[in-house]
Write a protein that binds this ligand. Structure first.
Ligand SMILES: [Zn+2]
Ligand SMILES: [Zn+2]
Length: 224
């Protein structure tokens, strides 16, 4: 993730809670981001954005050729480099960018899946890298600490897109990596630790399966 989009983020005040016995319970990996919402691409409500969005969906249609509508839209990752986005970002701006962050790319992926008629959801993730990588990224990107709120030591906040694969089963498309995330992957570099699935108008009672994981919509769930 790479975003100063989320104004609702809580201030990090309670990394450690006590469990009542006087012992310290370690914080959930998603604690820093638990009130964040999936990134959105904004619309001016005018032709500028309508044309831009139409360009994305029609380009997807031609990139897809005759392939399955469940194919991951990898062309988005080839068109846009993964990097900083500033929010709000409008459709007419986003299509002209050379770099987009994972939240913006996930929003584009969601739009093309919707245009293809594939039911899909927004997916927020927490992954573990090493502190060496995360501090190297923060140095090389030279971002302000405000923009680096998506990192927390060796943890990073990330976004993707989930598609319905039948019977409440989902597949997770990592739009900025350009691959499907393996639900059986184990701990390790880049390991996925927690996910949160949401979508406009999605019932809070909805539940899903991803590999061996079963989880409810709208709630952060540990998957590792
Ligand atoms: Zn990311
Ligand atoms: Zn516009």
């Amino acid at each position: 993730m790479y975003s100063d989009a989320v104004k609702t983020a809580t201030v990090e005040t309670k990394n450690i809670e006590t469990n009542g016995n006087g012992f310290h319970k370690s914080a959930e990996v998603y604690e820093k981001w638990q009130d964040w919402h999936a990134s959105e691409i904004s619309h001016h409500g005018k032709m500028c954005c309508e044309i831009a969005r139409e360009w994305i969906t029609s380009t997807d249609f031609s990139e897809l050729g005759g392939a399955s509508i469940l194919t991951g839209p990898r062309w988005l990752r080839l068109k846009f480099n993964w990097g900083a986005s500033s929010f709000p970002i409008y459709w007419c701006e986003a299509v002209r960018k050379k770099t987009l962050d994972c939240g913006a790319l996930a929003a584009l992926a969601s739009t093309v899946f919707t245009a293809r008629g594939v039911k899909n959801y927004r997916l927020q993730m927490v992954q573990r890298y090493s502190e060496a990588s995360t501090s190297q990224w923060s140095n090389s990107w030279n971002e302000t600490s405000e923009q680096l709120r998506w990192m927390n030591n060796d943890l990073i906040y990330h976004e993707g897109c989930a598609i319905e694969a039948g019977d409440g089963e989902i597949k997770i498309w990592d739009a900025s990596a350009g691959w499907w995330v393996d639900p059986n992957s184990k701990d390790g570099y880049g390991a996925l630790l927690a996910i949160r699935l949401s979508a406009f108008n999605l019932s809070p009672d909805a539940s899903f399966t991803w590999g061996k994981h079963r989880f409810d919509a709208w709630r952060w769930t540990n998957v590792n």
